[in-house]
Design a protein around this ligand. Structure first.
Ligand code: SF4
Length: 342
């Protein structure tokens, strides 16, 4: 499991802002800033961060659902950002997406059979009896019944609707799936079922996932490696256990310190890192390290120089001047305050 299926190099996405009578270009939302990472065949890369961190934009850029400002997205070695419409149409079979809100992403006027079969019709992969048989096979694969094909999305629960979304994504036999907050809209009890389904399907079908989420517990469960985003940049990437056990970046430490612990004694004793202020605007992001306005250990260099994502061994990357100047040591953040009582 070492070969890269996908490689992202120096990806940028700026959304222009226009204002005034003549719609003058007055600035940009710098949504994704110099993002680079790779996803190996058969792995799940978890992408985490607060809302507004650029996770969803990054996921959509990989599939060219929105166009990048610059950079490279290589799928099996070919830069998809340079592909023509025809080449892209062929590639769409290989790369699919599962959306956050299973209700909003399913057309309420179509039967589940038509929804799941639509990609097969669009790509001219099946018709007639073959199409019907493939739809039934897909419904079974995701734990639904063949007779569900004749029903409409509103007749299903949230978890079942997400299963329909998964079946639709699998219809064209993709290699890579962007799962964009696929369980965030579901009840906690249903989340585990959908996550387990995604894991089973990965094993059965050899799928590769980019799993976008803000819930770090879910990401820990499903991911092989995890990348942490803050204000459009990747601040840390590492194997799942390494990242959760020994986070290097202060932002990752703050995110992890906020995960609730089920044991009340441990919860009462643990320290939480409270970040001051809100995530700054991506229209006018802070200079240097974008996290310096909220970082408890920021120092002079942080506000002037952009930290590079550096490898500190075993594929553990972090973008932090403090970590670099201390030879890859984990910062101990004194600002820690006792966790609030639940
Ligand atoms: Fe904090 Fe500076 Fe490291 Fe950014 S570079 S995370 S501001 S110590």
């Amino acid at each position: 499991m070492s070969e890269n299926l996908l490689e992202v190099n120096h990806l940028f996405k700026y959304f222009p802002i226009h204002a005034g009578l003549f719609s003058r270009h007055v600035g940009d939302v710098q949504a994704v800033e110099d993002v680079s990472f790779a996803i190996k065949k058969g792995e799940t890369l978890g992408l985490v961060g607060e809302s507004g961190s650029g996770k969803t934009t990054t996921g959509r850029l990989l599939l060219r659902l929105i166009e990048a400002t610059s950079g490279e997205v290589k799928f099996e070695g070919k830069d998809i950002l340079k592909m023509s419409r025809t080449e892209m149409r062929h590639l769409r079979k290989e790369m699919q997406i599962i959306f956050q809100d299973p209700y909003a992403s399913l057309n309420p006027r179509m039967t589940v059979g038509d929804i799941v079969g639509e990609p097969l019709t669009i790509h001219k992969l099946a018709s007639g009896k073959d199409l019907e048989a493939r739809v039934q096979e897909l419904l079974r694969l995701v734990g639904l019944q063949p007779y569900h094909a004749n029903r409409y999305p509103h007749e299903f629960s949230g978890g079942q609707r997400q299963r329909v979304g998964v079946a639709r994504a699998l219809a064209v036999d993709p290699k890579f799936i962007v799962a964009d907050e696929p369980v965030s809209a579901l009840d906690v009890s249903i989340q585990a079922q959908v996550v387990n389904l995604l894991q089973d399907l990965q094993q059965q079908l050899g799928l590769t996932y980019l799993f976008i989420a803000h819930d770090l517990s879910v990401v820990r469960h499903i991911s092989t490696r995890v990348a942490v985003m803050y204000l459009g940049t990747i601040v840390e990437v590492a194997d799942r256990d390494r990242l959760y056990d020994r986070p290097l970046h202060p932002y990752t430490q703050a995110l992890l310190s906020a995960i609730p612990i089920p044991d009340p004694d441990l919860e009462a004793r643990r320290k939480r890192i409270i970040l001051m202020g809100d995530i700054p605007s991506p229209v006018n992001p802070p200079t240097g390290c974008r996290f310096h306005t909220r970082c408890p250990i920021a120092f002079d260099r942080c506000s002037v120089e952009v930290p590079k994502l550096k490898d500190y061994g075993n594929g553990h990357f972090a973008a932090c001047h403090w970590v670099e100047e201390h030879g890859g040591q984990q910062p101990v953040i004194d600002q820690a305050t006792p966790a609030a009582a639940p």
